[in-house]
Design a protein around this ligand. Sequence first.
Ligand code: MG
Length: 247
Amino acid sequence: MIAIRNQPELDLIRRSGEILVECFAKLEETLGPGVETRELDRIAEEFIRARGATPAFKGYQGFPASICTSVNEQVVHGIPGERKLAEGDIVGIDVGVVRNGYYSDAARTYPIGEVSEKARRLMRITKEALDLGIDAARDGKHLSDVSHAIQKHAESNGFSIVRTLVGHGIGRQMHEDPQIPNFGLPGRGPVLVRGMVLAIEPMVNEGKADVLTLKDNWTFVTVDRKLSAHFEDTVAVTIEGPVIMTR
Ligand code: MG
């Protein structure tokens, strides 16, 4: 069942999302060549706790860190550690916040120093696919209209959509109904109505769509080891159209 949130609940999710936005701004101050991904994790955890909130990922199904850092061929769920970011890398950073029992979830992919033209293009198309998906999250439309908008933009630009990982409803828990695939025919699935809150998160690959998990049982990588990008926002369906809670 897809939860319908009232305005006070939407306000609480928005407050949670504001901390998340500020957390990204904080991380951007440090992000660059030579920075260990565990340093980003430490900064994010300290920042979120200082704001009176909790990092939603820490301990989630045993996940050992507060953020996910996924470098280059890593798709999502990379565990921060000793790895130093290097000039030319791209890094996906995924952060979840819970404040007063309400969750928000967002991800950005960042270039480290100068990156290749194809990396820049992959990041740009993935972000645009997210924006098009968000724009389709409107009262009266179908859930798969979101999925279709994302898929169409990624594939028409020569990239592929990860199919085994999906977006999700969010609110009182990090992962709620519905699952939101990033591909599909339009006009299918549940009808969206105001008060639904969706974490929309395209994962777009430079090469083939296939992914696998590393031995750490968390990190997803592309099978062909080509680049992958990930952008995510928490979005409320409202009568005035989609409202992004995490920008
Ligand atoms: Mg998510």
